[in-house]
Design a protein around this ligand. Structure first.
Ligand code: HEM
Length: 539
């Protein structure tokens, strides 16, 4: 029988877990708790003796909110390890008009889970809800939060957003990079390959190549980029500690302990980026190559004066491109393969389409082939719906009081859009719990739905001013990778795993990703175009 946990124990364990996540050490978490508990008691006493609610709290108190709120941690204990699911269920039970107020520690967040409320936030009142909440961690990792994703709304954001969309993240900058040697080797030896690792490396390499140029593998820089991006993700994951204890951020030594890990990671990014930027800046113009050869560092250096960018601001844009670009794309790619292997009919139909469009004798699928691949696009769309990589958009923040669905949301409120809940809503989608790419094909129930921010039940990239800046870069990259991998092989689970199926356990971070690696094998026999046949002699 499970042991009964008292309320103070519950609060203690939640806090300890949170502190350990941020400091990386159980001892440091225990020491900090010794400081925090007395502070918490003082805060509670202050709260009990507090003056009447502020105007902002009065407005928020009119919003529906779930019962069971605890001191200090608020509703955090109800949120669990897969918050998008727990919060969808809370919203269904206690929310009204697609809105629900939750207390995540000291932060009050309005959760949005209906298409109408999502439209109000990201379209009708987009100009009011287009800001972001910066934190000590984003300030450290993204150089005073001067990157395009975490910087608050304003002139600086407008500048860096323009740079991202018009100079950096354009479709023509996606380079068709492929893992031919590794895939070829798998074909020759008929061994199972770690698809998760392959796809992860692929996404990381494409972004490393785009950012730092064709020598992106030199001195293991691509691996280091991957490692540092992962370290950032761990720090950005979950709920922010200073959100839970805003006062703690003001105590010098506590803040130093909480942020020690973030400073260490930032120092490593800083050294790597300084080295790469210095290398690029000292290269004579004649060696920089034509427009197709220039990388993001070249571009940022060439427009530095025009946009009045500091070196720190350049570094912030580079870090965020890794952060926003690799995790999301890799999650989407991996889930495509998970679903193809779980649905052999879909795999066969997709392969038939790709084989019929790529001209005979061509080694690779090219960008121009993608336009005619309607089923490929439907498979990608369905994956972005069924396994939406970022179940909550990056939190939006209101810049003025604004009425939404009859409720007044005060300035400075954090708004979290549960786009996973929107994409799984049975009132909108036919059989939302089934993987059915056909719903997006001509004549299908969602044929007219698109993910470019106009259908408020399908927002994997968000909508409005803060919508994903990398959508035109991400889509060809994802489609090209899938088309090439299915063009060459008819992937399946290796025999030793076939009977067991695929482990679908998921973990929540910046994205929702699978907890275990996916191993796949290309079956024996000629499954791809002629060039895939084992080459004579060693490769
Ligand atoms: C399947 C792939 C991707 C998905 C599902 C995705 C999704 C998202 C989402 C949900 C947001 C937040 C939107 C909001 O808060 O309203 C976002 C923002 C952003 N994404 Fe993506 N993304 C993907 C790929 C990429 C790539 C490849 C890049 C760059 C290389 C990128 C760069 C960005 C940037 C810079 C922002 C911040 C925009 C801003 O705040 O102005 N994304 N993305």
């Amino acid at each position: 029988m499970a042991a009964q946990v008292s309320l103070p124990q519950q609060v203690y364990h939640s806090l300890h877990e949170l502190l350990q996540h941020h400091t990386g050490s159980p001892q440091a978490a225990s020491i900090l708790l010794l400081v925090i508990f007395p502070l918490t008691i003082i805060l509670l006493i202050r709260r009990l003796a507090a003056p009447p609610l502020s105007r902002s709290d009065q407005l928020l108190s009119k919003l529906p909110s779930p019962p069971g709120r605890l001191p200090v941690i608020g509703h955090l204990h109800l949120v669990g390890s897969l918050p998008h699911i727990a919060i969808r269920d809370l919203a269904a039970k206690h929310g009204r008009d697609g809105l629900l107020l939750v207390h995540l520690g000291a932060v009050k967040a309005v959760i949005v889970s209906s298409p109408r409320a999502a439209q109000a936030i990201t379209r009708t009142h987009d100009h009011i809800f287009a800001s972001r909440a910066r934190s000590a961690v984003t300030d450290i990792l993204f150089y005073d939060s001067s990157d395009v994703a975490f910087t608050p709304y304003g002139e600086h954001w407008r500048q860096v957003r323009k740079i991202a969309t018009t100079h950096l993240l354009t479709a023509k900058r996606v380079r068709s990079y492929r893992h031919a040697p590794k895939i070829r080797q798998a074909a020759v030896t008929h061994t199972s390959i770690d698809m998760t690792e392959l796809i992860n490396n692929f996404s990381n390499d494409i972004i490393s190549h785009a950012v730092s140029g064709k020598n992106f593998k030199e001195e293991g820089h691509n691996k280091l980029f991957g490692e540092l991006t992962e370290a950032n993700s761990t720090l950005l994951t979950g709920f922010n500690l200073e959100d839970v204890f805003p006062l703690l951020g003001k105590i010098g030594f506590v803040q130093r302990m909480l942020c020690a890990k973030a400073w260490k990671v930032n120092k490593r990014w800083d050294e790597l980026l300084d080295k790469l930027i210095d290398g690029h800046a000292s290269r004579p113009a004649s060696e920089r190559g034509g427009e197709d050869e220039t990388d993001f560092i070249d571009v940022l250096l060439s427009i530095q004066e025009e946009y009045n960018l500091t070196r720190e601001q350049i570094k912030a844009q580079l870090v965020v491109i890794f952060q926003a670009g690799t995790d999301t794309s890799y999650v989407a790619l991996e889930y495509v393969f998970v679903e193809l292997v779980r649905n052999p009919r879909v795999m066969a139909k997709l392969r038939a389409e790709v084989m019929s469009i790529v001209p005979k004798g061509r080694e690779m699928v090219m960008e121009e082939d993608l336009n005619d691949m309607a089923y490929l696009k439907a498979v990608v769309k369905e994956t972005l719906r069924y396994h939406i990589p970022a179940p909550f958009l990056i939190p939006h923040v209101s810049m003025a009081d604004c009425e939404v669905e009859g409720y007044m949301i005060p300035a400075g409120t954090r708004v979290m859009l549960n786009v996973w809940a929107l994409a799984m809503d049975p009132n909108v989608w036919e059989k939302p719990d089934e993987f059915m790419p056909e719903r997006f094909m001509e004549g299908g129930s969602a044929a007219a739905m698109d993910f470019r921010g106009n259908d408020f039940s399908f927002l994997p990239f968000g909508s409005g001013r803060r919508m994903c800046a990398g959508i035109n870069f991400a889509m060809p990259m994802i489609e090209l990778m899938i088309a090439n991998l299915v063009y060459h092989f008819n992937w399946e689970l290796p025999p030793e795993r076939a009977g067991k199926g695929i482990d679908m356990t998921a973990a929540f971070g910046l994205t929702v990703h699978r907890s275990n690696n996916l191993f796949l094998i290309p079956p024996a026999g000629p499954t791809g175009p002629a060039w895939c046949a084992p080459p004579p002699g060693p490769t």
